[in-house]
Design a protein. Structure first.
Length: 257
């Protein structure tokens, strides 16, 4: 997952409006979002290479998503897949704070990451780059391949566009999808320097990435309204976005306890 933007408790109808683009090599095998046989309450896509996921939600309202932190100098050897952080939270029953404490003390080695995890009571953010671990108050947030709300051009542009949609009484899923489909590159003077070189920074700068071997593989939009109704749409793309197809689910969150 390489770009996430979400509004938490800012809209009179929706407790959460969550949009995310997953950027990945096109050759990496992936399953579309579905409810998992091994964890029946989990709705998520699946990375068929390492069996984790980048984003998912459960029928009980557990939500998790991960992004990589882009800095080649921080990469390690013999690491565990970061997608397992998401899948293990979704399949488990630990409260978000407790899960992050366990993750912070994990014996496993992970390459740098950010993770958002939540349930019906709270949403939390954690990065293993600086150890930042905190509950998020209501607000508008953006996360790419740096720390939460670092104003990379794509993050700022997506947050501004979603913020404008919050003024409307109904959330149009296609308008949210439209925000995440923006292929406008950032001007060179606004590009971050993450150690991958200028040509790569240019290619990675749009909200929606297109290149011959790597790009935005899917866009997911999730809304949860105050009656606990979930609307989940995943739009998947072939190489260079030449074709797309949608996977859509709707369900009411199960009562806790």
């Amino acid at each position: 997952m390489c770009l996430i933007v979400f509004a938490y408790k800012l809209h009179p109808q929706y407790e959460l409006i969550f949009a995310a683009n997953r950027d990945e090599f096109y050759e990496r095998p992936t399953a579309d979002a579905s409810f998992w046989d091994e964890c029946p309450g989990v709705l998520a896509g699946k990375d068929l290479q390492n069996k984790g996921t980048w984003l998912g939600i459960t029928r009980q309202g557990r939500l998790a998503a991960v992004t990589n932190y882009r800095d080649p100098s921080l990469l390690k050897s013999e690491t565990r897949s970061r997608g397992l952080i998401v899948s293990e939270f979704l399949c488990g029953d630990d409260a978000p704070r407790d899960y992050l404490i366990e993750l912070d003390n994990s014996p496993y080695t992970y390459d740098p990451f950010n993770v958002l995890i939540g349930d019906r009571q709270s949403i939390w953010y954690y990065s293993n780059v600086n150890g930042d671990k905190r509950e998020l108050p209501p607000g508008l947030y953006g996360l790419s391949n740096n720390l939460l709300d670092v104003p990379w051009p794509k993050v700022s542009r997506a947050k501004e566009a979603l913020g404008a949609l919050l003024q409307e009484p109904e959330v149009d899923m296609e308008k949210v999808m439209g925000i995440m489909a923006d292929t406008t590159p950032a001007p060179d003077h606004e590009l971050p320097d993450t150690g991958v070189g200028l040509s790569q920074e240019r290619m990675l700068s749009p909200i929606f990435i297109v290149s011959p071997i790597y790009g935005t593989r899917s866009t997911t939009v999730i809304t949860i309204d105050y009656s606990r109704q979930v609307h989940f749409v995943e739009r998947n793309f072939t190489a260079e976005a030449k074709e797309s197809w949608d996977v859509e689910y709707g369900f009411k969150l199960e009562s806790s306890g």
